[in-house]
Write a protein that binds this ligand. Structure first.
Ligand code: FAD
Length: 376
């Protein structure tokens, strides 16, 4: 098999990159190792109200579960409401959302394959040969260009020898999708801090009147038992235990890592005939750990970069550095993607303030005001 551009990974970043490039008429293949795109879910499925405007993707009832009208921050019994559009959004169903995006790529002309796992990659004169297991059958795809959209455990960048300039600010997470909860009309993202959650937080993202994604994420370097933390959160954290109630069902257990860093430096994102997007490039908001929208925006910016590179017939690293200018112009909620790295500078201090009981309340208020400027 041959193509102009091979996109490895059909998450939000890969599908948006494939869609953007296929629309230009280039020959695109998008591969996904899972049998079903979007399954299994490794996400709390919260998105900002800005996502559709920012990415140009149309809202569709099929994947919208619940409209969210604000965000509530907790520090045990202290509660802060963050209002304004930045803190509103939706809880979506990624089992429907991810295939929807891949379908858009397909409609734009990309060939999409699931159950297709990239297992090796070799440099050739005009690009790469990628070994792909289509189920039990191994095939080679010869591509002039490869996009690594293969998520937080990305291999593509390593195989291509891209510079490893990660900040290594990883969250490790454990989450349940739960049913039979007392959510009712509750329409907030609930984000809960405390000394039990070092370098992170716990969350309840309502999906319906009875259903929610409930999870905990902490700094990977802390020696934390996530199962114990999640049990504590569900049963003992003030106010949350009432929302959860005593008769809940656990529908799914999910785990995963989040590269909460903001984009890697450009030498870690591009090389000759190769580029990384989404979690593979660490396009994640360092405090909230939102990665869906930054992933989609990086996919679009990558697409624009590659279309220009093909037009100029220059697929080398030096030319591809225009990717940095392209993604820096993209707006994520009301911040530019570029500013994610600036937020990273504050993130350690922010988590310190929100993880320590001895820090006075007014410091937490000040830091929320400083960071988000929208506290009531
Ligand atoms: C517990 C948890 C909760 C989260 N909650 C939120 C949230 O509420 N809101 C939010 O915005 N973000 C959240 N995130 C982050 C968000 O899920 C990611 O940032 C986002 O999915 C990144 O998109 P992506 O396309 O870069 O990668 P992914 O969505 O991870 O997609 C990568 C795809 O590549 C495929 N792949 C990997 N290797 C190969 C290979 N060799 N060959 C073929 N395919 C391959 C994978 O199977 C996967 O489908 C959460 C993450 C976790 C772990």
């Amino acid at each position: 098999m041959e193509c102009d551009v091979l996109v490895v990974g059909a998450g939000p970043s890969g599908s948006l990159a494939a869609k953007t490039i296929a629309e230009s008429g280039l020959n695109v293949i998008l591969i996904e190792r899972n049998k079903k795109i979007g399954t299994p879910v490794r996400c709390a499925e919260g998105i900002s109200a800005y996502l559709f405007k920012d990415t140009g993707i149309k809202k569709h009832n099929s994947f919208l579960c619940r409209k969210i009208k604000g965000t509530k921050i907790y520090f045990y019994n202290e509660q802060y409401i963050l209002s304004g559009k930045t803190w509103q959004g939706y809880v979506i169903d990624r089992k429907i959302f991810d295939p929807y995006l891949a379908k858009l790529a397909q409609k734009a002309g990309a060939k999409v394959f699931s159950n297709a796992n990239a297992v090796e990659m070799k440099r050739v004169k005009n690009g790469w040969i990628v070994g792909v297991n289509f189920g039990k059958i191994k095939k080679q795809i010869e591509a002039k260009f490869v996009i690594g959209a293969d998520g937080v455990e990305s291999k593509i960048g390593k195989w291509a020898g891209l510079e490893d300039n990660s900040n290594r600010g990883l969250f490790k997470c454990l989450e349940y999708e739960m049913d039979d909860l007392n959510i009712g009309k509750n329409d907030k993202f609930h984000i809960c801090f405390g000394q039990e959650f070092p370098g992170g937080y716990a969350w309840v993202f309502p999906k319906s009147k009875t259903r929610a994604n409930v999870g905990v994420g902490v700094n990977v370097k802390k020696n934390a038992n996530l199962k114990q933390l999640l049990d504590f959160f569900i049963n003992k954290y003030p106010n949350i235990n009432k929302m959860i109630g005593g008769n809940y069902k656990i529908l799914e257990t999910r785990g995963g890592l989040i590269p909460a860093n903001g984009p890697k430096k450009i030498d870690g994102l591009v090389g000759d005939n190769i580029l990384l997007v989404g979690d593979a490039g660490e396009f994640v908001e360092p405090i909230t750990a939102e990665g869906i929208e930054p992933a989609m925006l990086s996919g679009i910016a990558a697409g624009e970069t590659i279309i220009e590179a093909f037009r100029k017939k220059d697929l080398r690293k030096n030319f591809l550095k225009i990717y940095e200018q392209k993604y820096k112009k993209k707006h994520y909620s009301n911040v530019k993607l570029d500013e994610l790295n600036k937020i990273k500078i504050y993130s350690n201090l922010f988590f310190y303030i929100f993880n320590k009981k001895y820090i006075p309340k007014r410091i937490r208020k000040l830091s929320l005001n400083f960071l988000f400027n929208s506290i009531k």
